[in-house]
Design a binder for this molecule. Structure first.
Ligand code: B3K
Ligand code: ZN
Length: 880
């Protein structure tokens, strides 16, 4: 595989004005007739002068015929390789007719056109369209598409593509056709086709200008009762985008399709979003609160792409974060507005700090706008998505909501219908606001997580508090000696009674009496010192409020200060953060500690307060009770010994559960739901608290907990409670109850793939049931399917990514297992294989006895025969 560089970008030599496609779908394959209207690109100087050969991408295609302006192209005038079709002599304007034969039935990579059970569907981003027909498959070539689909009418009564249906009718031999036209020019990666025997759920939305849009959801008939939440989420998202960004939907129909076999979560194809079933189908009985939350955000995310991605798209794949970072930012804002913004912020920060920081510190570290890649599917990363969203969020913080909105309006207006760059986005923000974002652009170019080292002192005689901030950016592969970045740093100061103090940066500001109680300091230098005047006592700092930048903060908090912030900070995010830092400190103290070292009683006291005080914000409390994960604790440690971290964390957890046993029972009982199931933030928080209490009680094999748990499992009218009880038993020492609930759960839900996935992953992720022998048994289970990415993720992904103590078995068997499965999968679905290998790529992070065995497992993969390009890139970069 070769490396592709941003610096080599050239405008396309030829443009496509219209692409008229005709698909003949059969049981043994599909014939694709494509008629493309080409012209030389006026912006390509070279081609204007000399007339370059026409080069079209193609992958796994059988070319059946090639006609140019009505005449067959002579064999001497074209050439077909594995990746390209080259036509040597072409005029200024011409029509090319290409016929290809493809085999969706044998497409296990799930890119291009493939079959998922009985239906045909597509996934074209990033480079899947070239698996359908020859085409300039790059996002800066935008064409108007029309699509005629022909198939057997009984097996495939529903035939869908982008845009509006314009014609349909019957053909001979029991076949029929539908023709779709998409009036908006789009890159090929947004093309979609679906054919199947699907049930249609209808709804509608009236836009702000009064247009009625048909909303349609297509699912397999058995999923009829699982559509409501997605359709409701869609309507909320449509209204929110109008209100918040002034963005209105632009076609008469908006369609959502659910498919069971899908590499990712979902795809924003123009007017025809395709979803992984697990990210769109839900009912009270089958989906947890977390799943509902995920569905709402993904439905919104894909819908928001209609503007941030489709109307304005990416010039090339180095600009992927242009659409992904901005769209994640938008869906995060939306979720915050629909529920609790603080809770959403905690969730985003957790993902970022646990997994994106790890990516930044690992061998695949790359900037938000990478400078090179080998295989673009490897770059659908947390850095592009969630760090990219943080970068947009920082612009929002620096500009404020009004100027940010002005900037986004300008961006959409200026670039509507274009394929542009992250720099165009920043430029629009600059032009609309008048702010200079020159240094800020480094966030797109420099990889790695900035570190802020903070120190302070208090000058009692002058009443001045000094805060010093030093910024560094660690080296990453191929990038050293980086420059300081522009960082918005939100700060508050608390007095000894917990009150918010004024932040006066000078004596004058103090005198004016206008000093605010929170400031966003702008860091631009390697080091800054700030003075705060008029303070009669040493304040406690609330640093990086709301997690105002994706950075690591080091400061030597005392445990007393953390307890104080946990109780008093007016910023909910920092209350949570203080609790996390305190817990981390206590757990780290326990790693390898002798038996007589006890857990700090202050942590117990703090948790007692959280569990018992029903006046606190219960949604926040539910989050605060979650101890930092082993994954995050490992991320914070050099030379990590995962089993030791796991034991220390468990020791603290058990100590808390034993000490707070009565409070936990009381908390459980206080939060029992009386009325019907509801999805509001309060009900969700109640279930979360109750399930946490149950999990803790069962961890210490509490008999009262056991009977509460059995009752909850038996009587649950929703999946959150049922799964909460199941999980608690799986992780408990009650072997018989564990076996009985697992068995009952499978018997009850065996016909529902989305629930069976949860059943697999709860076992694969558990310390007790996720032993390798049992993982092997799960792979042999009749419900497991090597062709289905969700099942693979539910077992292998959950084992390697969530069951850290078993994956990092000192005998290396977990690593060996992952290497074997990755090699096996590489032959059928390289994209999934390359994703699954990621836990091994962090090998340098762990203690030598672990890291050597991880490295060996990676080398074994490297030496596999016919290693895919996807896996090659990840494995070679990791070993480099
Ligand atoms: N844009 C798609 C991701 C496609 C992944 C291709 N390998 C989903 C999304 O971010 O909305
Ligand atoms: Zn996206």
């Amino acid at each position: 595989p070769q490396t592709i560089y941003l610096s080599d970008y050239k405008v396309p030599a030829y443009l496509v004005d219209t692409a008229d496609l005709r698909f003949e779908l059969f049981e043994d394959g599909a014939r694709v007739h494509s008629t493309l209207a080409f012209r030389r690109n006026p912006d390509c100087q070279e081609n204007q002068e000399t007339g370059a050969p026409l080069q079209l991408h193609g992958d796994s295609l059988k070319l059946e015929s090639l006609v140019l302006n009505g005449e067959a192209v002579a064999p001497s005038n074209y050439n077909v390789s594995d990746e390209l079709l080259t036509v040597n002599q072409v005029p200024q304007h011409f029509t090319l007719q290409v016929v290809t034969w493809i085999e969706p039935q044998n497409n296990t990579r799930l890119e291009g056109l493939y079959k998922s059970a009985a239906m045909f569907c597509t996934q074209c981003e990033a480079e899947g369209f070239r698996c359908i027909t020859y085409f300039p498959d790059r996002p800066d070539v935008m064409a108007r598409f029309s699509t005629r689909i022909e198939a057997d009418k009984t097996a495939y009564p529903v035939l869908l593509s982008n845009g509006n249906p314009v014609e349909q009718g019957d053909l001979s031999d029991g076949r029929h056709f539908v023709t779709w036209e998409d009036p908006f020019p789009k890159p090929a990666y947004l093309f979609a086709l679906v054919a199947g025997d699907l049930l249609e759920k209808q709804d509608s939305f009236t836009t702000m200008s009064g247009r009625k849009v048909d909303l349609r959801m297509y699912v397999e008939p058995r999923n009829s009762e699982k559509c409501e939440y997605a359709l409701d989420s869609l309507k909320r998202a449509m209204a929110w985008d109008e209100q918040t960004y002034g963005r209105e939907y632009d076609l008469d129909i908006f369609m959502i399709v659910a498919v069971d076999d899908f590499n990712m979560g979902a795809m924003e194809n123009k007017g025809l979003n395709i979803f992984n079933s697990s990210c769109v189908l839900a009912s009270q009985e089958t989906a947890t609160d977390m799943a509902f939350e995920r569905i709402e955000s993904i439905v919104a995310h894909e819908y928001f792409h209609n503007w941030s991605g489709n109307r304005v798209t990416c010039r090339d794949w180095f600009q992927l974060s242009l659409k992904e970072g901005f769209t994640v930012f938008r869906d995060t804002q939306f979720s915050g507005d629909m529920g609790s913004a603080t809770v959403k912020r905690i969730e985003s920060a957790t993902v970022l700090r646990t997994a994106q920081f790890a990516e930044d510190a690992g061998p695949m570290a790359h900037s938000v706008r990478p400078a090179s890649y080998m295989e673009i599917t490897n770059f659908y990363t947390l850095t592009i998505y969630v760090k990219g969203a943080e970068v947009v969020r920082m612009i929002h913080t620096l500009l404020g909501p009004d100027l940010f909105r002005k900037g986004s309006d300008l961006y959409f207006e200026r670039h509507d219908g274009q394929a542009v760059t992250t720099d165009d986005f920043v430029k629009a923000m600059e032009d609309a606001s008048g702010r200079d974002l020159g240094q800020f652009r480094l966030w797109y170019e420099q990889a790695g997580t900035p570190q802020l080292a903070i120190s302070d002192e208090y000058d009692e005689s002058a009443g001045v508090y000094h805060l010093h901030v030093k910024q560094t950016l660690p080296d990453t592969p191929g990038q050293t000696d980086k420059q300081p970045q522009h960082i918005p740093f939100a700060l508050g100061l608390l007095g000894s009674r917990g009150e918010a103090l004024a932040l006066a940066l000078s004596a004058d500001e103090l005198a004016s009496g206008d000093a605010p109680q929170e400031r966003v300091l702008e860091l631009t230098e390697a080091s800054h010192s700030f003075e705060f005047h008029g303070l009669s006592e040493r304040p406690v700092s609330s640093l990086l409020r709301h997690f105002s930048a994706p950075v690591r903060v080091s400061y030597s908090w005392t445990r007393e200060q953390l307890l104080f912030l946990m109780n008093h900070d007016s910023d909910g995010f920092n209350r949570w953060d203080a609790g996390q830092r305190l817990a981390i400190d206590v757990i780290q103290q326990m790693i390898g500690a002798p038996k007589d070292v006890t857990v700090d009683a202050r942590l117990v006291g703090a948790f007692r307060h959280l569990i018992s005080d029903a006046d606190l914000d219960q949604a926040l409390v539910a989050k605060m009770l979650v101890l930092p994960t082993v994954a995050y604790l490992a991320e914070l440690t050099d030379g990590a010994d995962v089993p030791a971290i796991h034991r220390a964390r468990r020791r603290v957890l058990k100590h808390l559960a034993i000490a707070l046993r009565d409070e936990l029972v009381a908390c459980y009982r206080r939060n029992i739901d009386s009325g019907p199931y509801q999805l509001g933030p309060e009900a969700v928080a109640r279930r979360s608290l109750r399930n946490t209490a149950l999990a803790w009680l069962l961890l210490i094999n509490d008999e009262e907990g056991r009977s509460l748990g059995l009752g909850q499992y038996r009587d649950a009218d929703n999946m959150t409670d049922r799964m909460g009880a199941l999980k608690a038993f799986v992780n408990s020492g009650y072997d018989d109850d564990r076996a009985a609930t697992l068995n009952d759960f499978y018997q009850t839900f065996q016909h529902d793939p989305q629930v069976v996935e949860q059943w697999f992953s709860v076992q694969a992720a558990s310390r007790r049931t996720g032993q390798l022998s049992h993982i092997h048994a799960l792979l042999e289970h009749p419900a497991f399917d090597w062709k289905n990415p969700n099942k693979i993720r539910a077992v292998i992904g959950a084992f390697a990514g969530q069951n850290l103590v078993n994956f990092h078995n000192p005998d290396g068997s977990g690593y060996q297992f992952l290497a074997d499965q990755v090699c096996k999968l590489d032959d059928s679905n390289p994209q999934i294989a390359a994703r699954l290998v990621s836990p091994l790529t962090r090998w340098r992070k762990f203690a030598p006895e672990y890291s050597q065995q991880m490295q060996a497992a990676l080398m074994q993969i490297r030496d596999k025969e016919n290693l895919s390009g996807d896996l090659y890139e990840v494995v070679y970069k990791s070993l480099a």
